[in-house]
Structure formats: C-alpha cells, structure tokens
Design a protein around this ligand. Sequence first.
Ligand code: BDP
Length: 647
Amino acid sequence: MCLPLEFGYVRVFCLFVVFDPVLSLDSGMLFPRESSSREVKELNGLWVFRADRSPNRNQGFELAWYKSRLVETGPVIDMPVPASYNDITQDPTLRNFIGWVWYEREVVVPPRWITDQDTRVVLRVGSAHYYSVVWVNGVKVTEHEGGHLPFEAEIGSLIRKDPTMPCRITIAVNNTLTLQTLPPGSIQYMKDRTKYPDGFFVQSIYFDFFNYAGIHRPVLLYTTPKAHVDDITVVTDFLDDTGLVKYKVSVQGAATATVKVTLMDKEAHCVASSTEPSGVLKVVDVKLWWPYLMHDNPGYLYSMEVRLMAADEESTYEDVYTLPVGIRTVNVTSSQFLINNKPFYFHGVNKHEDADIRGKGLDWPLIVKDFNLLKWLGANSFRTSHYPYAEEILQMCDRHGIVVIDECPGVGIKDIRSFGNASLTHHLVVMDELVRRDKNHPSVVMWSVANEPAAEMPPAEFYFKTLIKHTKALDPTRPVTYITDSNYARDKGAPFVDVVCINSYFSWYHDPGHVEVIPIQLNTQFENWYGKYQKPIIQSEYGADAVAGVHNDPPLMFTEEYQKVVLQSYHHVFDQKRKEYVVGELIWNFADFMTTQGITRVVGNKKGIFTRQRQPKAAAFILKERYWRLANETGQLPVWTKYPCQL
Ligand code: BDP
C-alpha cells in the first residue's frame, strides 16, 4: 500500500483494470457457513500482539518476525480478536499508534483437513484496518488493502507441507492512511526540534471518527471441497403473486459440474427448484421481504440451497451452500423511493461501529442491543456511515427487516490529490469488493459511494460520473448515491446520483444557537435541490451535540434541551416536504462515538440520541414518538406492537 517512504515498505499491489469490474475480482466472497460439506473453525479470542515501535516501523519486516513465533523476537502482549487494539491497554502510545502491529496465533487443525487432499482450507479475515499482510508458518499467503471488507487465502497445501507443525498464523496490520487510501489521511513529520521531539509525526484525517485499528472482525478457517460453489448472485422480482428469483451460481475447482438449486420457505418446504447453474425460479403465492413496520411479517427469508456435484479421475465432490433470499424490488421515481412498488419513507439513523473498549471490534451483545434499540425507537432503516459494516449486522437487517443504505469508506475525500487516478482506481476496486460481498442482502436497498466529498472541485465530475456508472454496471438493480453537504449549484457529482442525500447542520455549524433559522434554511435547501434535480431527497444527516445530563432552559447548545428543539424544528419541515419529494430522514447519530481529540469534541462526538453506553437522551424519546407515528401513518404495524409495553 502507499505508505509514506519513511515507513520503508513498498507495496506489491497489482493495478487492476479500471473499468471492468468482472476482471478485477477473480472469485466470490460468500459468507462462510457450515453445511454437510463445509466446516467452520473460529479463531476469535486471544492472539499475541506487538506494535512495531522502531523509528521507521519496519523492523518486523527487516527481521522477518513472521518466520518464527512472535514471542521469540521480542515482548508480546495479549490482544483480543476481534477488537481495535487502541483502547485495550493503559498505554497512550498504543492508543495513538500509527504503523505496523503484529498479531499471531497458533491453531490446531483437524487431521482430516490435512489428510484429505481434496479439502480446501480457507483462512478468512472479516476485516482488519487498514492494510494487512498474512503469513502461515512463515509463508506469505495474502495481503489486502482496505479496512472494512473481508479477504481470504487458501492455505490447504501449505499446512499439508509439514503436518507435524502447528499452523501459525501471523497478521501484520498497518493503519497508515494516505491521500490515496479510503478513507484518506496524511502523515506530517514535525521537524522543528525546538517544538517537537525527534521523530514526531501526526496523522491528519479528514473524517470525524477515531481511526480505530486492528483486526476488527472474526478470523476463521473454513473448508470446502475442491470443487465448490464459489459465488451466487440473486436478483429478485415479482409479478402479481409470483416471486421471481433470478440466480447465477459460479463454480470453481471443476471443469464440469451439476448443480441442484432448491428454494425453501421458512417451514423448509421446497417452493421451487432447478438443475441449471443459472435461471429463474418461480415462487407461487410469494411472501415478499418487507421492511420492519411496513408489513406485519417483515424480513421474510427463503433459503436457497445450492448443491453441487462434480467428479474428476480421482474423486467425486459434493458441495452444499445455503443462502438466505428475500424477494423484493426497489425502484426510484422522481419523487418516491419504492419497495415492492409501495412508497417507502426512511425513518432511521446513522450509526458507527463504535463502543467502549472494543472500539470497532465486532461484539454480539452490542449488535443485539442496538437492534433492540432500533426497534424500540421505531426506526426502519440505517445508513452504514461511513464504511461497510460487518456482514453479521447485515444478516440481522435481513432477518428483522431493517433497510440499509450501504456506504463504502469514501469519507473525507477533501484534498484534490484524492481525486487522481490512483484514488479512483482503488475506489472502484472497493466498490467491486463491497458489491460482491453485499449484493444478495435484501435489506441493502442503495449504495452510497462517498460521504461529503469536496464535490465542488473540478475533478469531482469525472470521478463521480465514473464511480457511479461503474457501481450501476456492477449492480443495475439498486439506486446509487453519495452523501453531499455542499452547495447544490456547485455540486459536480449530483447529476449522476439516483437519490439526493443531503447532510445539514443548521443552527449548529452555521448560525450556532439560532434554531429559529432552521425552518427557512431547511425549506430553501429542499426547494433548491429538488428544483435543480427533480430527484427524491433524503435528509441523510442532521442533529446537534448534547452532553448527556447537561440541561438548560431556554435551550443552550450542548444541552439535551437544545438537541431536542433542533430535531423538532427539522421535523416540522420534513412533515411538509415528505408529502412532496422528501423520502427519508436519518438522524446523526444513533449513539455518541469516539473521534480524534480536538477543541470541538468532548471525548468524542456527542450527537448521539443514545450515549455511547446506549442510554437514551431526551431526544431519543422525541424521535421514538415521531417514528412510531410515522410508522402508523405510512406502514402496517406488526401484531406485537399493539402491546407496546412489551417494547
Ligand atoms: C457530518 C459528517 C459526520 C460528522 C458530522 C458532525 O458527515 O461524519 O460526524 O458532520 O460533525 O458532516 O457531527
């Protein structure tokens, strides 16, 4: 990756063909699931860890730390996986560390995986921020750029080389950001020795969340037979009562194979089947996938079992993979967002993957708590601000009917040098990886390619035209947007989006303290954008900081009262405009979250309607009341909501 020269590591990264997504990725990225032919072994828990504190952060590579056990090359500490490493210790230099950190763990692999030459053993990392290099028993098996998407490597032949050796997995992770990474950042070396100690540098970032780093999502080993289902793509539609599931199965490891596809309902009854690797399954009396609060049976999922059979001179192979499938459509008109041909109004939140101690590490108690809070709030949607969230979270969305705007890590593209070819090439690859991973989630209804880029800069036009066109070619079934905060008249990318998503902070960053300006300014904002583009609009961010427990009446900035009144002032305008072309409102933010230190942040961003520990501020109750009212007006409440005391 493009590390500053001072870090002395030269990236080996092939430049992919820019405009042909099919060529850029040569395999699928199905979520690892157990089946009669596949086993999964989680490697979560304690790993050993060392930050490379050498001046150029490169000692680990120079001394080849991956060649032996990490404990043999220097001191190590315990490090939980998944978790950010930043808040785990009491050491401020590790909290703010920039450069390579090293993780290692030994695994005992089931003997059958070794003896059975026809078993593929795949090492998969759910995500590691930002750049990773992976070795198994001292041999490099893969490297990956990007902190929010999975990567994997087939390691079967390697662990078979010496079956007596334990399988030692070493992962080096570097959180250095450059103007060409996503998100971008830059390193400044402070050379004035009257002010700064030797070697002092800072990493500047152009986004408002802490650059947590480490192995953030599960690491696991899984098996497949040599001939295996490599990828499945599903696109759904319906006609009257008949559901249509268009699918394509790709196979690897066999020259010829037969495929049996069976679609089952929730009761495991077969509703359609086929023996073709691609085709259309017809589902009579279809149960559509509906968002939460839009139908009394939201999040309905069928199961698509793909059974592959293949043979070569030596063996026969059978592989089974089961994919959850929700049947639904998404369409956009000049003033509406339609799910299953019915107008859908986003009443939801923006989130972050962020919590005390674990930082951005995947944490099941937190995930389930957040879903319970979303349901309590009456939220039907969220945006994965400002990067792709864990697949486990999207699976929850599928099951619970929570609608998702899926955002890539294109946040903080503010410097003109981040609009160059290298940036665009990488951004296209990230979209390839994102669409490859998330294309089959019914909950994902729109792609967001960036947040608040400097869209007024001249190169933004080519950049976003290319990026959005590319994303639409990857997935013609979903609308594409980016999130804007800039002046409607100067926004170079807006002509290419399907839905206009606008962030605004009236009475906060502009006219601080003056909530009375909100109605007029918000109204002007909507009229300007709609007047110019005639596309549906989502208020993709609005809000105000409130330090929980700080009160003042009349409302003053940073109090819970002020946050409440800001929200209410926006809501009045939303209620007028949602009758016309405003199709959604997403509060900034679901919960308080950590940021870099700065004079406008009090131990993080406090625009959450919940605290970082997920306790409600006064604004949460305002929003809850509103969202349930909206749901009552626009949707169909599930039966259990007639007993709201159970919420
Ligand atoms: C918006 C950004 C978001 C920030 C928010 C804020 O999109 O990432 O956290 O401002 O300043 O413009 O609270």
